[in-house]
Every structure is written in C-alpha cells, then in structure tokens.
Design a protein around this ligand. Structure first.
Ligand code: FAD
Ligand code: NAG
Ligand code: NAG
Ligand code: NAG
Length: 588
C-alpha cells in the first residue's frame, strides 16, 4: 500500500512538473557559424542573459558566495574589464603561484594546465598588455553547502547558461574551463568521515570513508594514515588531484590500483545533486543506474557530486625503487624496452610504476611494491636489472622500504608543477598488447617522443593493472581496464594564446603522429577519458568500449537538457564549442 501511494504521488508530481516549461532552451539564441546553424547557451550580451537583479537574487540564495570572475593575473595588468587592477604585490604572488598546484587549487577558477583557458590573462611583467577572461567563467559560486550547488544548477538550467563545475582545476583536457559560464567551485567541501564497518547497501562490510567533493588525495592519504588501525585508499599519484571530482568519475588510477583496483571500483555510494536540482543518493539500491554511470562514465556528465563513499583497506608495508637511464640512440631504447616489456610481470605482482620518458631520459619515480620489503622488490625486479646489465645499459637505481604505503608515498613521489600549456593525449595498453607487441610499443614511444616538431613531447607513463582486484565488477569504466598493464599520457606543448593555425598543427601532430603511433601498436588497447586526446578518433569506443551505448542512454535519462557538459563525454555528440572553443551550442 505504502509503495502504491508513493507511486501515485510521484506520478502526480511528474505530470505536474512536465506541464510547466522548466528551461529557457526554447529561446536559446540561434547562431550561424561556419555555414551551420546552432542553438546556443545564453551568453553575456544575449537578451536571455540574466539581469543584474537575477544575479543579485542568486547571490543572496547562495549566501553572498557568488563572485564576478577577475582572473588572478589581472593584478599584473593596468586594467581588466574597465577597472584598474594593477597591484605589484598581488602580481608577484600570482607569478609565483602560477607554478604551484596548491595555489591553483585554492583559486576560484584558474586551471593548472592552462592551454584551454586560452592564456588571455597570464601573470606577466608587461602591465600594459591586455587581460581578458578567455575561456574562464563569467561568474563563480564558491559553494559552501549542497544547497549552494543546487541553487547554481537550478539557475544555470532555468536560464540556459553554460554550467561549469570546478574542483581543483586539475583537468588536463580543459574541462574545468568554460567560456562565458557560471562555475560552481566545490573546493570547500572538505569533510572526511571514516567508519570501521560499512553498513550501507551493496554487501561491503569492511571499512570505508565518506569524502567531500573538495578533498584532495594527499590530505586524504594523511588522514587515512592517522586512523587506528591505519588504512589506505585508492587515489591518484598526484597529491593535489581531487578524489570525488573528475578523478573518480573518469575511473581513477593510482599507486595502489594494481593491488586494490581503480578508484571507481571502490566507490560504494555517492551523494549528488542531479541536473533537475534534486539531492539523491546513488548506490547499489538507490538509483543503481546512476551509481553505475558515476563510476567511470565521465566527469561532470551525470550529476554534481557532493560526496563519495569509498572502501578503505589495511595499510601494508611498501617498498619503492627509483631508476634513471640517461642516454640516446639504440642502446637507450634497448633499456626502455627491457623496462616496459616487463609491464605484465610488474602488475601481476601488484605493482604500480610511475615514469617520465623523453627521447633521452627514462626516470622511474618510483616502482611501488605493496606488501613488499627490499628483498622482495629486488627479487621481483631481478629480470629487469639482469636484462639491463646483459644489454650493457647504464643506469642508476635506489631501493627503499617503508612500514606503510603512506611513508613510501611521501618519501618517493615528487610534487608536480603547474602553469604549463599543452595538448594531452594517451593510450592504455593491455597485457595482450604488451605480450604480443611490446617491442612495437616501445618503437611507438620512440616515434612519439621524437615528434616534437618545435614543441616538447613527453610520455608520462604508469604501469598499472587494476584488473586483478576486480576482474568482473560492472561499472562504467572501459572494460579494457580489466586487462590493462600500462597507461601512457602523451603531450605536445603549445601556448594557449598561439595563433589558431599553430594550435591546429599541434593537435594534428598529437592525433596523427604521436597518438597514432601508440594506437597502431596496441590493437587491444583503449583510451582514458581523464587523460586522453579530445580529438581521439571514435572517442566513444576508445574511452568506454561496450559500455558506451548504456552510458549514452543514461545521459539522456539523467540530464536530458544538457545542463552538465564536458567535452568528449557520453551524449555530447550534438554539442559543440563553436568560435574556436567559446560558445557552447547544439547543432540544429
Ligand atoms: C598533474 C596531474 C596528475 C594526475 N594524476 C592522476 C592520477 O594519478 N590518476 C588519475 O586517474 N588521474 C590523474 N590525473 C587526471 C585527473 O584524474 C583528472 O584531471 C581529473 O579530471 C581531475 O579531477 P579534479 O576534480 O581534481 O579536477 P577539476 O579540473 O576541478 O575537474 C575536472 C572535471 O571534473 C568535473 N568535476 C569536478 N568536480 C566535480 C563534482 N563535484 N561533481 C561533478 N563533476 C565534477 C569538472 O567539471 C571537470 O569536468 C592527473 C592530472 C594532473 C594534471
Ligand atoms: C555577492 O555578495 C557578496 C557579499 O555581499 C559580495 O561581496 C559579492 O560581490 C556579491 N557578488 C556579486 C556578483 O555581486
Ligand atoms: C582564443 O584564442 C584564439 C587564438 O588561439 C583566438 O582566435 C580566440 O579569439 C580566443 N578566444 C577567446 C574567447 O579568448
Ligand atoms: C580481456 O581479455 C580477455 C582474455 O584475453 C578477452 O577475452 C577479453 O575480450 C578482453 N576484454 C577487453 C575489453 O579487452
């Protein structure tokens, strides 16, 4: 009976809501560009752009936390948007902060990887230059409560605005920039709550942690290490990446992933705000389809995450090895081959490996050996060192052992910088690719790192095999991750304010030389939505494989109007950022 009456009332509610038009999409501006017609989001200057009074009303709904965006670089220019903005002190802070991930994470809207902002207001010493927003948002809500997130989503939906969710500003692929948008910044959601026994649905009765959207991985690792007994969480290799934002929605690999699975594999519940502005839980019992999609279906696609609950695991003693090979020519590539051809062997032993490869250097920093001591990790790596010596490859290497993963992580991983500009691509290699064509993959690396053509090409490599922990789990990440043993990011440097022709040439080199070499060498491989090429051919298949059709249906169900948008995510086929990456429009 109770079920029946709640069904009837929900049916009544549904019909009531569908009778009232809820969006401004009907009067979306009609725009012609490159000979095609588009219906666009509303932008400043359009008659459908909200009035000052509407913005003021939104500001009071969000407790005064709405701000008009002034890029931090504006302090280095005489004026921005008609206002005097120069401040020697702030400019000097912006110049220093620009290179720091932590500084960016604390900003309202900047991006650590600056290419997609269009680099129109970088800190400078030339104060008479011009500072504009480029692809940064117009307004930002510095959300403090889930109601603020809800208010921002409702405002964007009813006014047909481009909505942007911005957490740390980490995204390599420009997904935390968005021309003319209203941004919601989730950096303040720092709550962390550990439990020893999870009692929610899904069958997991081990320990778990509920993490607010703004929590970054190193702060989480530190808190996990303070529990008694100490626990670990699968998070990123990078200390400042957010756990609950783009990272987990795209899948999330990291130092413990070969041992405990992908971050998304370990998610057991999400608390979210949907495109319609509702607060919902997504777990094994409530909205299981949304739960499935949020675990790997793409960032900013299905809902705004307020918090996520993930499994935690016992801490384990962990050993680490660093390795450096600096050389050129055939002997150098022999060394790289010896190293990379053992990828399956490393992951079968639960290892994760982070490395950086250029045409003349391989820096492994480090090999991670969970549940290993010095003797064990040296035994696992013996085939590598035997081969390097047999081939006559010169190298340097250090082995260390620690009581916990956390101690190894803080001692052996290095902080990364920010403020660089470039295009990113990448490729995931399966165990079969390595076994059947390992030498071919390294030849592809050689092509890729040698293809600089005036720019700088580098491979950021990860040896990672999350399929061991969860061989058959059903979630949205590409099924090829179950067979993976190596994932590489590719990069081609180019400035965000370079002429369009130069940007196009860099994109062409990335897609058709660098990534093509890696793709051709790995017929069973795939690509990773968080660290991939925005112009990946057949991106639906490359990022999601057989999961794509269901993801596209679920996008239509949970966000039928396209309130959320991130490029190359499910269901965005009809959307385009026209005018060289500015206005977001739907083809008509
Ligand atoms: C230096 C560096 C190291 C990295 N290391 C790793 C790694 O070890 N493993 C790995 O798997 N990936 C790694 N990444 C990639 C990383 O997973 C993605 O960049 C990811 O999108 C970052 O998420 P974020 O929330 O921190 O960043 P943001 O740039 O703030 O957001 C990224 C995307 O997520 C969306 N988003 C953010 N918050 C929310 C929310 N609350 N609800 C809904 N959508 C949201 C944004 O709209 C945007 O589309 C790394 C990236 C960099 C730059
Ligand atoms: C919102 O209100 C706060 C507090 O009054 C104010 O500082 C801020 O400038 C306002 N934002 C906008 C966009 O007017
Ligand atoms: C972005 O940069 C390109 C040049 O690379 C320029 O043509 C375009 O007008 C810029 N757009 C904005 C909004 O800054
Ligand atoms: C994973 O590997 C198995 C065994 O080789 C194979 O049957 C399966 O098709 C692979 N799956 C994907 C998605 O690559």
């Amino acid at each position: 009976m109770a079920i029946l009456s709640s069904l009837i009332s929900s049916l009544l509610l549904t019909s009531l809501f569908t009778a009232i038009p809820t969006t401004a999409q009907d009067n979306a501006p009609l725009v012609n560009w490159n000979g095609r017609q588009y219906r666009c989001k509303c932008y400043k200057g359009d008659s459908c752009w909200p009035s000052a009074a509407s913005w003021a009303a939104l500001n009071s709904t969000v407790g005064g936390n709405l701000f008009k965006v002034v890029p931090p670089g504006a302090s280095c220019y005489n004026t921005f948007d008609g206002q005097n903005t120069y401040s020697q002190q702030q400019c000097s802070a912006a110049n220093t902060g620009w290179r720091s991930e932590d500084w960016h994470a604390d900003q309202q809207v900047t991006n650590m990887w600056t290419f997609w902002t269009n680099n129109t207001c970088n800190p400078t010493t030339n104060r008479v230059g011009t500072c504009t927003l480029g692809h940064l948002p117009e307004f930002v809500i510095m959300a403090k409560t889930r109601e603020h997130i809800q208010a921002g989503i409702n405002f964007a939906r009813t006014n047909n605005l481009r909505l942007l969710i911005r957490n740390t500003g980490h995204d390599f692929m420009g997904r935390s920039a968005g021309f003319g948008s209203l941004a919601i910044n989730t950096h303040s959601f720092k709550s962390v709550q550990f439990v020893k026994t999870y009692t929610g649905p899904g069958g997991w009765t081990g320990s778990a942690v509920t993490v607010g959207a703004g929590v970054q991985v190193r702060e989480l690792y530190r808190l996990a290490n303070q529990q008694s007994p100490k626990v670990v969480v699968v998070g990123g290799e990078c200390p400042t990446v957010g756990l609950a934002g783009g990272y987990i929605q795209g899948g999330g690999h990291g130092p413990m992933a070969s041992y405990y699975g992908m971050a998304a594999d370990n998610a057991i519940a999400f608390s979210v705000v949907t495109a319609s502005g509702d607060f919902v839980t997504a777990d094994a019992e409530s909205n299981p389809d949304l739960f499935w999609a949020l675990r790997g279906g793409g960032p900013s696609t299905y809902a705004a995450i307020v918090s996520v609950t993930v499994k935690t695991f016992p801490e384990v003693p962990t050993a680490g090895v660093s390795l450096s090979i600096r050389s050129t020519g055939d002997l150098f590539w022999k060394g790289v081959t010896a190293f990379h051809n053992l990828a399956n062997h490393y992951v079968e032993n639960g290892m994760f490996v982070y490395y950086e490869l250029t045409s003349s250097s391989l820096t492994v920093q480090p090999f991670v050996g969970p549940n290993m001591d010095k003797t064990k990790i040296e035994a696992v790596l013996k085939p590598l060192f035997d081969k390097l010596r047999a081939d006559g490859v010169q190298y340097t290497s250090t082995t260390r052992e620690f009581g916990t993963f956390f101690d190894m992580y803080t001692a052996m991983f290095q902080d990364e910088g920010a403020g660089a500009s470039g295009l990113v691509g990448g490729r995931l290699f399966t165990k079969r690719d390595i076994a059947e064509n390992g030498d071919g993959i390294v030849r592809a690396y050689r092509t890729a790192t040698g293809a600089a053509g005036g720019g700088f090409s580098v491979i950021i490599g990860h040896i990672v095999g999350p399929g061991t922990a969860y061989p058959t789990i059903s979630n949205a990440i590409h099924p090829a991750w179950r067979n993976a043993s190596s994932f590489s990011i590719t990069m081609v440097n180019v400035e965000g304010n370079a002429p369009l022709s130069q940007k196009a040439a860099a994109q062409d080199r990335l897609t058709n030389v660098v990534d093509k070499a890696l793709r051709d060498a790995s017929p069973y491989g795939a690509a990773y939505v968080n660290e991939g090429n925005l112009e990946e051919p057949n991106w639906q298949e490359a990022f999601w494989g057989s999961n794509y059709p269901r993801l596209k249906e679920l996008k239509a169900k949970w966000d039928p109007e396209g309130v959320f948008y991130a490029r190359t995510t499910p269901g965005t086929e009809m959307w385009e950022q026209i005018e060289s990456g500015s206005r977001l429009c739907r083809t008509v």
